[in-house]
Design a protein around this ligand. Structure first.
Ligand code: BES
Ligand code: ZN
Ligand code: ZN
Length: 503
């Protein structure tokens, strides 16, 4: 979608559709303009009250061809920054959906309103651009024909009064578009079916993007993975005709003046399809296991966005990729594999494969002496039971890292919720025959924490956080900014975290 800006009075805006975002208190409504009388009437007749999720179309006698009133909900000076941002961005999302229902191709949006007092022009423009990109997203690549009403908006124009705000608005727009576009890039990867996205192809896409953005990229193939000693990653991939890959991305800002050079590491689970392997999954919903590479997609998109934004932070991405298939050469329950730090793992269940490939990546991470490591993984079904589609599970061995991640989550609305790593969870992962088991020996619940405890044993020696995104990666219901399918959950959260850290 093309987004442009335009300074001038609202009444002169001759456009197919103009969206105005209005709060619940009619008295706070827009400053006097050519539409005020009409708007006052709509409030008076109670056809529209400015509530969240409310939209109404009007056909004014002059100015825009159509006017779209969009509810902002209750809005006072006391509204929390985070609530304000979410309500505002959701309202933009509702505006996009309303316009698309009428197959409108071009939408103008007024940047004047109570929100601009809250955020300033730069952030307002950023939030609008971000929300426009996110709400307008659909995965249509495999559709031969697209019905008129499902077509995305082609163009948006941000209207504002004073030419002097143009520079700030342009800057916000640029940032918002980068964040939105890379989130949608992650969604495209997530939504791509596994037959078109085996590990080798995912790695190739990472390399292509890295080359375009001048990010260093190393793709380890099967032979090279063997040389690195990553027996757990090899074991998971060995049942498939599509061999595994291990991708390392390194983004270093141009003028990194800081003496402190230790990088932040982002690690993403890249299972391009998870059948469960020999411990095979039931057929119901198995198709959703194409999303099991969401962690890797989010890490790739985040690092690409960091490079494009030139965030002053040294960041390395590790993406272990494999297809977990049953087959004549697949690993068996009971097999013992050795990770690249020499630890042995009893593979009691071949469906707990995410933690196996992450074990190798987390062990590999030590060589960078990282300032922190954050992994993202669609790791457990148990996280659905714990948190539903409301938040990612957050597990960490460091209180400071936890606090910062919670703050970034709160700011972006990509929620996290901290869950425990009690000593018992480590106990349960002990093996009789190897250093550790990949599933607990006691079926006593707490599956998400057990998986995290397994990972924690490979993340000893640096600050580490694990985000279990299994329930957030592909929501089953449409939300204003997140249509069902791949969500790109984590890109905005990690970007916020990195941008705050880089400052
Ligand atoms: N990829 C799955 C986790 C998952 C389940 C993601 C449902 C999204 C929706 C993971 O590899 C897995 O199979 N985990 C097992 C672990 C178990 C064998 C200990 C699970 O959660 O059932
Ligand atoms: Zn699995
Ligand atoms: Zn999996």
């Amino acid at each position: 979608m093309e987004i442009q800006i335009s300074a001038g009075k609202l009444e002169t805006a001759k456009c197919p559709a103009l969206a105005l975002l209005l709060p619940q208190e009619a008295s706070n409504a827009l400053a006097k303009n050519v539409y005020s009388a009409l708007i006052a009437r709509v409030y008076r007749q109670k056809d529209f009250a400015g509530k969240l999720e409310e939209t109404v179309w009007l056909y004014p006698p002059e100015g825009a061809e159509r006017l779209l009133l969009v509810g902002l909900g209750e809005w006072s000076n006391k509204i929390k920054e985070t609530d304000a941002r979410q309500n505002f961005q959701n309202a933009i999302g509702h505006a996009v959906q309303a316009a698309r229902k009428l197959a409108i191709e071009e939408l103008s949006i007024s940047l004047e309103g109570p929100f601009v007092e809250k955020f300033g022009y730069r952030l307002t423009a950023q939030y609008v651009a971000e929300a426009l990109c996110l709400a307008n997203y659909r995965f249509l690549k495999y559709k031969s024909t697209v019905p008129e009403k499902e077509k995305p908006l082609q163009k948006a124009t941000l209207l504002f009064g004073d030419e002097r705000q143009a520079a700030e608005i342009k800057e916000g727009l640029r940032i918002g578009q980068i964040i939105g576009a890379w989130t949608c890039f992650a969604r495209d990867l997530q939504n791509t079916p596994s037959n078109d996205l085996p590990p080798a192809r995912l790695a190739e896409i990472a390399a292509e993007q890295a080359a375009a953005l001048k990010i260093a990229c190393t793709v380890h193939d099967e032979k090279s993975i063997r040389e690195l000693g990553m027996g757990a990653l090899l074991g998971v991939g060995q049942g498939s005709v599509n061999p595994p890959r291990f991708v390392v991305l390194e983004y270093k800002p141009h003028n990194q003046s800081r003496a402190e050079n230790s990088p932040l590491l982002l690690v993403g689970k890249g299972i391009t399809f998870d059948t469960g392997g020999i411990s095979i999954k039931p057929a119901d919903n198995m198709d959703l296991m194409k999303y099991d590479m969401s962690g890797a997609a989010v890490v790739l998109a985040t690092i690409a966005a960091l490079a494009q934004l030139q965030v002053p932070l040294h960041v390395i991405g590790l993406m272990p990729m494999a297809e977990n298939m049953p087959g004549g050469s697949a690993q068996r329950p009971g097999d013992i594999v050795r990770t690249c730090n020499g630890k042995t793992i009893e593979v009691a269940d071949t469906d707990a494969e995410g933690r196996l490939i992450l074990a190798d990546a987390l062990a590999y991470a030590h060589r960078y002496k990282p300032k922190a490591v954050i992994d993202l993984a669609t790791l457990t079904g148990a996280i659905y039971t714990a948190l539903g589609e409301t938040a990612a599970g957050l597990f960490s061995n460091d209180a400071g890292l936890t606090t910062r991640l919670k703050k970034s989550a709160e700011r972006t609305g990509e929620r996290v919720w901290e869950l425990p790593l009690f000593p018992e969870f480590f106990e349960y992962m002990k093996s009789d025959v190897a250093d550790i088991r990949n599933i607990a020996s006691k079926p006593s619940g707490g599956g998400a924490s057990k998986g995290a405890a397994f990972l924690a044993t490979f993340a000893e020696g640096y600050k580490w956080a694990h985000l279990d995104i299994a329930a957030m990666a592909h929501p089953r219901e449409d939300k204003p900014l997140v249509p069902k399918g791949g969500s790109g959950y984590g890109v905005r959260l990690l970007l916020q975290y990195c941008r705050d850290l880089g400052e």
